[in-house]
Write a protein that binds this ligand. Structure first.
Ligand SMILES: Cc1ncc(COP(=O)(O)O)c(C=O)c1O
Length: 345
């Protein structure tokens, strides 16, 4: 089990981040992987002309590790490649190289539990949109402790329905996990402004698509529904939950019309960062008993066990070579041999 700590530490921009992982007493943010080298977080950076910053032109993944093991690493690496391919961005390492770089980033953090954020930007170009001017993608991996929803996971979350509709697939495929999250951010801003924990985004037809960064499940009797992936991201947690429930429940990837969803016995959200989040209220309407329901509790317990008992082990034994630079051989030597793509913007 991770030790909870209250230490405050400086992130790369100097703001303080809450340390909730097991790196008790650690005062420095974990080093950041930048195009093949590990750089202290306070000095990690790329060009201000990077199109990831200028236009949100790039892709990312959000991954978690628990008890020294990365959960669903393969699935995240696959989705990272799919997102990059969908926007015509070439990942500068093969999948095995990306996997190893993520593992080494986690190892160098010293954390036993935390969050990993690989991201690939178009690279620096000029101030125009044309991606052909940005020829060298920047590949970064950040690592940090995470406590996404805190005690809300226990008590359940209160949602509003955003006035912003989920960007339709005809405009941007929700399965591209791109650096452009403005649609989701606007919904989140609206939710906080209205005193809620998060917001549901409807699709253009008025059905629930997803929450700002989570998939949605609704339970009614023996039927469990979640929206189809033409309106939402195909979440890795979503897939796991569907597999867990199928057989015992009638699982459907089908529309969740608003406001009919309010008649559900239970509603919960799923996501890598959030885990399994009970929804107890939407737009002031109580869901079920107004408390996390029995199936939600069961799924939460099962998911906690799964995330803490499976995953790819992190090779913590870092060979010689400080936080900066590529270090020595050992279990990570292969990564460094492959890492000859040191592209600086
Ligand atoms: C918009 C959106 N929907 C759903 C999810 C949940 O997906 P996953 O379970 O793969 O984390 C995420 C998080 O990645 C997300 O950003």
């Amino acid at each position: 089990m991770a030790t909870m700590a209250t230490t405050r530490w400086a992130g790369s921009s100097g703001e303080s981040l809450r340390l909730t992982g097991s790196r008790e007493g650690a005062l420095e943010a974990p080093p950041v992987y930048v195009n093949g080298a590990f750089v202290p977080a306070a000095r990690a950076g790329i060009s201000v002309f990077d199109h990831g910053l200028l236009y949100g032109d790039g892709v990312f993944e959000g991954i978690r590790f628990f008890e020294g093991r990365i959960f669903e690493l393969e699935a995240h690496v696959e989705r990272f490649f799919r997102s990059a391919e969908a926007i015509g961005l070439e990942v500068p390492l093969p999948p095995a190289g990306v996997r190893d770089a993520i593992l080494e980033t986690a190892a160098r953090s010293g954390l036993r539990e935390g969050y990993l954020r690989p991201l690939l930007t178009r690279g620096s170009g000029d101030l125009g949109l044309d991606p052909r001017k940005a020829r060298h993608p920047n590949f970064l991996i950040l690592c940090a402790p995470l406590d996404a929803f805190g005690e809300a996971a226990e008590r359940g979350v209160r949602l509003v329905v955003s006035r912003w509709r989920r960007t339709p697939r005809a405009s941007l495929d929700p399965n591209i996990k791109s650096l452009n999250y403005l649609n989701n951010i606007l919904a989140k801003v609206e939710a906080s402004g209205r005193g809620a924990d998060d917001a549901l985004l409807l699709d253009l037809a008025g059905n629930v698509a997803e929450a700002s960064g989570e998939n949605v499940f609704a339970v009614r009797g023996r039927e469990v529904r979640t929206p189809p992936t033409d309106v939402c991201l195909r979440g890795i947690t979503r897939d796991r939950v569907l597999r867990y429930l199928s057989g015992r429940y009638r699982t459907l990837e089908a529309e969740l019309p608003w406001p009919e969803i309010l008649d559900s016995d239970e509603i919960f959200l799923t996501g890598t960062g959030a885990g399994i989040l009970p929804v107890v209220e939407i737009e002031g309407h109580r869901i079920g008993s107004g408390r996390p329901g029995p199936l939600t509790r069961e799924v939460q317990a099962w998911y906690r066990e799964l995330t803490h008992r499976s995953g790819t082990p992190i090779p913590y034994r870092i060979p010689s070579g400080g936080p900066e630079g590529s270090g020595g051989g050992g279990p990570n030597g292969e990564i460094r041999r492959k890492r000859n793509h040191r592209i600086r913007s």
